[in-house]
Design a protein around this ligand. Structure first.
Ligand code: HEM
Length: 271
C-alpha cells in the first residue's frame, strides 16, 4: 500500500493550508493562485523524454541555476508564498508541494479537480538542475510550440492546445517576462475564456517599446505570439473545440495537467 493511500488525510491538511495562502487583496488580481499554477508548470515543463531528465521530481528550482533561468522570473513569489506551508508540513517534499499547489490553484479558481498523487523526491544539489533554456519562449511561433510540447515532452497537439488554455488565468508582468497584461477579463477564474478571446476578439500588434505581443481593440487584454500560433493548424481545430465545449476542456485539461506533473516522476516501489 502506498504512503498516500495509508494516510490520505495528511495531504488534505496540506491542501487546506495551500488554499489559505492564495487570497491577497493587494497582489495582482487579488490572488497568488495563478502564479502558483505557473510554478507547477515550470517545475514540470523542463522534462526531456529523450534525455530522460527534467520534470517536477527533484524540486530543483530551489537551486540558483534553475531559479535564475530568466523564464522563471517572478516564480520566487510563488515559492515564497508556499514556504509557510512547507514549514507547517516539513515532511512534504518541495516537488510534491509545488505540483500540489498548482492543482489546488486550478480547483480553487473553479477549474477541474486533478488526480494528484504524492511521492516525488527532492534532489539536493545544484548539479541536479535541468539545463537552462528548455521552457518555451512566448516570442516565438508554431514550430517552437511543437518542438517543446510534442517533440521534447511528448504531448499530442490536442494536449498542447489544452495545456496552454491555462492562460485563461493570470497575467504577464513587464518586470518578469517583459510582456504585459492579462489574457481574459476574469484572470482569477479558471474557464475556457482564453479560447473564446483568442477566436472572437480582434488582435493587433501592440505598438510599444517592448517584446512583440498582441492586444485587443481596447488594449486591455493580450496574447503572446505563441498563443496566436494556436490559431493556425494543426492547433486551431482544438481551440474551436474548447471555445465551444467548456466541459470537454475541463476533462481534457485535468488529464493533460496530470500528465505534465507526472513527467519524469519515478516513485520508489511501494513496500
Ligand atoms: C508555449 C507555451 C507557453 C509560453 C510561451 C508561456 C509564456 C508565459 C509568459 C511569458 C507568461 C507571463 C509571465 C510573467 O510575466 O509573469 C506566462 C504566464 C502564465 N502561464 Fe504560461 N506559457 C506557456 C504555457 C503555459 C502552460 C502550459 C501553463 C499551465 C498549464 C501556463 C500557465 C501560466 C500561468 C498560470 C501564467 C500566469 C502567471 C501569473 O499570473 O503570475 N503557461 N506564460
Amino acid at each position: 500500500m502506498s504512503t498516500q493511500q495509508a494516510s490520505p488525510d495528511k495531504y488534505l491538511a496540506v491542501r487546506k493550508d495551500i488554499e489559505k495562502v492564495f487570497p491577497k487583496e493587494d497582489y495582482d488580481d487579488g490572488s497568488f493562485a495563478p502564479v502558483c499554477l505557473r510554478l507547477a508548470w515550470h517545475a514540470s515543463g523542463t522534462y526531456d523524454r529523450k534525455q530522460q531528465d527534467g520534470g517536477s521530481e527533484g524540486g530543483t528550482m530551489r537551486f540558483k541555476t534553475e531559479a535564475e533561468d530568466p523564464a522563471n522570473a517572478g516564480l520566487d513569489v510563488a515559492r515564497q508564498v508556499l514556504e509557510p506551508v512547507k514549514a507547517a508540513h516539513p515532511w512534504v517534499t518541495y516537488a510534491d508541494l509545488w505540483t500540489l499547489a498548482g492543482c489546488v490553484a486550478i480547483e480553487h479558481m473553479g477549474g477541474p479537480h486533478i488526480n494528484w498523487t504524492g511521492g516525488r523526491r527532492d534532489k539536493n544539489s545544484e548539479t541536479d538542475c535541468p539545463p537552462v533554456g528548455r521552457l518555451p519562449d512566448g516570442a516565438l511561433g508554431k514550430n517552437h510550440v511543437l518542438d517543446v510540447f510534442v517533440t521534447r515532452m511528448g504531448f499530442s497537439v490536442q494536449e498542447t492546445v489544452c495545456l496552454i488554455g491555462a492562460h485563461t488565468v493570470g497575467r504577464c508582468h513587464k518586470d518578469r517576462s517583459g510582456f504585459d497584461g492579462p489574457w481574459t477579463e476574469t484572470p482569477t477564474r479558471f474557464t475556457n475564456q482564453f479560447y473564446k478571446q483568442l477566436l472572437h476578439n480582434t488582435w493587433v500588434e501592440k505598438k510599444w517599446d517592448g517584446p512583440k505581443q498582441f492586444v485587443d481593440e481596447d488594449g486591455d487584454l493580450m496574447m503572446l505570439p505563441t498563443d496566436m500560433a494556436l490559431l493556425e493548424e494543426p492547433f486551431r481545430q482544438y481551440v474551436e473545440l474548447y471555445a465551444k465545449d467548456k466541459q470537454r476542456f475541463f476533462d481534457d485539461f485535468a488529464a493533460a495537467f496530470l500528465k505534465l506533473i507526472e513527467l519524469g516522476v519515478a516513485r520508489r516501489s511501494n513496500l
